[in-house]
Ligand binder design. Structure first.
Ligand code: PLP
Length: 406
């Protein structure tokens, strides 16, 4: 297993975490080739997560855009509503094999927290989730769901009170209890061996796309489009195609409100500098003196300051193209896809859809594009309703508050 992807990656942690990371690397190297482990994982994916997720021919969208034939991979139909369950189940199963009983996890949008809590419930593990106060406020439904799955939720009030602060809190907590606790990282980042582990469990997305498209079209796709926060859904979709040089791979970052510092979360498109933060070397949105810069995105899952090291390397090598979609474009795409295809994209995935709406009309009709709908938009109702139907939604919330306070 490579420790570095070009100049990115590595394992920059204190001595106290080394034994746990070594133990994890050894367990992963063993179990990723273990037939019984893989059979158990595949069974969980099929019978608990509901895989394979459908690959929908987006007939109405294709007709409307008059460009490439477009398919949508519906990861939002997986149990718990997003691709995050693929990795949560994989790591939770690994934890069991390693004989640990306790899991901690960080979460931004809450989807990884929900997936980790559900996977731990299913596999009989205790779960604690760390979440920034700002994220918890805007993704309150997910906080509630995590608790229903039996997880304890720690609200983090440090720093900008978003994902990076939840990651920091998790790493700090892990340092004190690494012997009996596994840190279930939710994206393809962090110190070695996490980027490889998460990619391994998320590659099911790309493998299914390949198989499903082959059955329908007898060819590989010409273009794959996925949103990119830390990068787990994009690397998961792209990984099985990286060596197929003719397949264009497009990752979409959060353009937020604009290009000024603090208004976006674009690492590659904004040419963010290299840094070593949270245990790995990658590109991070930073201030001139190397401090982590505040970020913004309408989607809580895309406003992370860093990017997975393998994606940073693939961008540098020119193998993965990067673009951005703004908050406004994502909200427009969310509405457009709902009306055109009857699909409620998660706000994260709506960034991929927004980029697709621009690029697909420019492609010839004999090309095939696949958009990854990494999650469903149900979780975002408190954001989308407030943005798109402010008056009615405010009135509804007022009524509910009155009703609950009686
Ligand atoms: C539905 C969904 N898509 C995408 C992301 C972004 O994460 P990643 O880039 O690791 O896929 C998140 C993060 O929470 C998410 O919930």
């Amino acid at each position: 297993m490579p420790k570095y992807f070009g100049q990115y990656g590595g394992q920059y942690v204190g001595e106290v975490l080394r034994p746990a990371l070594d133990e994890l690397a050894a367990a992963f190297a063993k179990y990723k080739q273990d037939k019984n482990f893989l059979a158990e994982y595949t069974d969980l994916l099929a019978n608990y997560a509901g895989r394979p997720t459908p690959l929908l021919y987006a007939e109405n969208l294709t007709r409307a855009l008059k460009g490439a034939k477009t398919y949508i991979k519906l990861e939002g139909l997986a149990n718990t509503g997003a691709h995050k369950i693929n990795n949560a189940l994989g790591q939770a199963l690994l934890v069991k094999k390693m004989g640990k009983k306790h899991v901690i996890a960080e979460t931004g949008a809450g989807q990884h927290g929900v997936a980790a809590a559900a996977a731990c419930a299913r596999l009989g593990l205790r779960c604690e989730v760390f979440m920034g106060a700002v994220d918890a406020a805007r993704q309150q439904p997910n906080v509630f769901l995590m608790k229903q799955y039996g997880a304890r939720v720690h609200i983090v009030n440090e720093g900008t009170r978003t994902l990076k602060d939840a990651v920091n809190a998790c790493l700090k907590n892990w340092s004190a209890r690494a012997a009996d606790t596994h840190y279930l990282i939710g994206s393809a980042l962090g110190p070695y061996p996490y980027p490889d582990i998460v990619k391994f469990f998320q590659s099911i997305i790309g493998r299914e796309v390949k198989q499903q498209l082959w059955q329908r079209e007898k060819k590989l796709p010409d273009l794959l489009i996925a949103c990119c926060g830390g990068g787990s859904n994009s690397i998961g979709m792209f990984a099985p195609f990286v060596s197929a040089k003719k397949v264009r791979l497009l990752a979409v970052e959060a353009g937020g409100l604009g290009r000024k510092a603090g208004q976006h979360a674009s690492r590659i498109c904004s040419r963010s500098p290299i840094g070593i933060i949270e245990g790995y070397k990658s590109r991070f949105v930073q201030t001139a003196d190397g401090q982590v810069e505040a970020t913004h995105s309408v989607s809580a899952g895309l406003d992370y300051t860093g990017i997975g090291p393998e994606l940073a390397a693939l961008a540098e090598a020119g193998r993965v193209e990067f673009t951005t979609a703004s908050d406004k474009e994502a909200l427009q795409a969310y509405q457009y896809l709902a009306r055109t295809e009857g699909l409620l994209f998660a706000l994260e995935s709506a960034h991929a859809a927004a980029a697709a709406l621009k690029i697909i009309p420019r492609l010839p009709k004999n090309k095939i594009a696949v958009i990854n709908m990494s999650g469903r938009g149900d979780k975002d109702i408190f954001i989308t309703a407030a943005e798109l139907s402010k008056k009615e939604w405010t009135e509804f919330l007022r009524q509910e508050t009155r009703r609950l306070c009686v």
